[in-house]
Design a protein around this ligand. Structure first.
Ligand code: 4NP
Length: 183
């Protein structure tokens, strides 16, 4: 398996666990990207991962979704600023915001939080210790940004913040893809 060069993280283990579950059920791995509002970071992660996995066979291509803890933007498209910067990179973001539910731990094999608060909320929501093994931090896959310990919330930032999010996500999704195809 491809090595993730961020020591002391559980990211690689969580992916191995997810791939093992998916393999045992003879289906592609299911990944949920999680942030607060589900209008900036997690729908961008979902759209970017979808984009770079398009060339994979249907049997291997991961099933993707995103969700947020806030819920106040439910039903909305991603933030206009995120859609704009994403479109410059060839990404069309069409996800509709939704709130995360405890049952997401039953359906998804891997739940990737963007920051400390998301990770802590995911641990609080996880119904069992096995469910907690499905949680990992998105920035742990960003191997070219060794010191990034989160994908920071860009909501109150300028466009630079949104570009920074996409740079981190590009790196992290590339690593995730490698891990999935190297199984
Ligand atoms: P996201 O950004 O968690 O990356 O979707 C946010 C979007 C909206 C809010 C907070 C963060 N909000 O408080 O409305």
């Amino acid at each position: 398996m491809t090595e993730i060069k961020k020591p002391g993280t559980n990211a690689e283990k969580a992916v191995e666990n997810a791939l093992r579950i998916a393999r045992s059920e003879e289906r592609p791995v299911r990944i949920l990207f999680v942030c607060l509002g589900n209008i900036c970071r997690s729908p961008a992660a979902e759209g970017m991962m979808q984009h770079i996995c398009n060339d994979m066979s249907p049997a291997q291509r991961p099933e993707l979704d995103s969700a947020g803890f806030y819920g106040g933007h439910a039903g909305e498209l991603p933030d206009r600023r995120m859609r704009m910067v994403a479109s410059r990179r060839g990404l069309v973001l069409t996800h509709r915001s939704r709130k995360i539910h405890e049952s997401d731990f039953d359906y998804f094999d891997l739940l990737l939080g963007m920051d400390d608060s998301n990770i802590s909320d995911l641990h609080d929501l996880a119904p069992t210790p096995e469910a907690e093994c499905k949680i990992a931090r998105m920035s742990d896959f960003a191997v070219n940004y060794q010191y990034a310990d989160c994908v920071p919330d860009p909501y109150y930032d300028g466009l630079d913040g949104f570009e920074n999010v996409l740079n981190l996500l590009e790196d992290a999704t590339t690593t995730l893809r490698k891990l999935i195809i190297s199984e």
